[in-house]
Write a protein that binds this ligand. Structure first.
Ligand SMILES: C[S@@+](CC[C@H](N)C(=O)[O-])C[C@H]1O[C@@H](n2cnc3c(N)ncnc32)[C@H](O)[C@@H]1O
Length: 235
């Protein structure tokens, strides 16, 4: 009987491994790939590739399907995503990116995932059944008081809602939920980012959040960028 190839032996060495995230130069073209250690059983959530390393299932995090993965590959730098972190996620959709964040922060962390579409929400609920560290909330990020009381103070808010009033959503959610010194990561579409706050640059629209850096997401998303801002500690 022919032996099946050992999937571990055929993996190239990781470029860097932080707890919860593996960054690897995986293919012949030298393309870097991202993997998160799957918390659920079975690990694959939406048909993504899964590999095994030292008994651990690693889920491929596709930068063409997740703007956060694209931002990581475009060099967004350090984000406060680590074991045990608490994250508020606005615009969770079916939870594809949420699931990778949940892997990354581990079972002791929490992702509070807000989605306003009743059509997408059942898929988020299904994800939460497999991921006890995901808390789905059917709510509108424009009205954060709807989930005030269900979401504690968090170290990071991630916003991907494709709406005109992004700045107002960010300011209000930061005010209610973001810890002093916390990070706000916001996906913006270049052409339409501040239609209602036209002519404003992110620094003005997000105040008192302080914009630290902006990363273009091309070639994965030609129109989008990720803005990373910080809520400074008072004094
Ligand atoms: C571009 S998709 C998000 C994709 C998701 N972040 C991912 O990477 O898997 C935008 C989502 O935001 C949701 N959305 C738009 N406006 C919203 C709002 N005001 N509150 C909550 N969710 C909103 C939409 O229903 C949609 O599911």
């Amino acid at each position: 009987m022919r032996r099946r190839p050992d999937p571990v032996r055929h993996l190239p060495p990781p470029l860097s491994t932080r707890p919860g995230l593996v960054v690897e130069a995986a293919d012949a073209a030298g393309r870097t790939t991202l993997w998160t250690p799957g918390l659920s059983d079975p690990p694959s959530r939406y048909g993504e590739r899964v590999r095994y390393r030292e008994g651990m299932a690693l889920r491929h995090w596709d930068p063409t399907r997740s703007k956060l993965a694209a931002a990581l590959l475009r060099g967004v730098g350090e984000l406060p995503v680590k074991r045990g972190a608490r994250i508020l996620y606005l615009g969770a959709s079916a939870g594809m990116t949420v699931s990778h964040l949940a892997d990354w922060i581990g079972p002791e962390g929490r992702v509070f995932a807000v989605e306003r579409s009743p059509r997408m929400f059942p898929r988020l609920l299904a994800l939460a059944r497999a991921y006890p560290n995901v808390y789905p909330l059917l709510a509108d990020a424009q009205s954060p008081r709807e989930y005030f009381g269900e979401v504690p103070e968090v170290g990071m808010i991630y916003q991907d809602v494709s709406q005109p009033d992004q700045g107002a959503i960010a300011r209000e959610n930061a005010r209610l939920f973001l810890a002093a010194g916390g990070t706000y990561a916001l996906v913006l579409k270049r052409a339409s980012q501040y239609r209602r706050e036209s002519e404003q640059d992110p620094s003005e629209a997000l105040h008192p959040l302080r914009v630290e850096r902006t990363v273009g997401l091309a070639p994965f998303y030609r129109e989008h960028q990720l803005v990373v801002a910080r809520l400074d500690s008072p004094g």
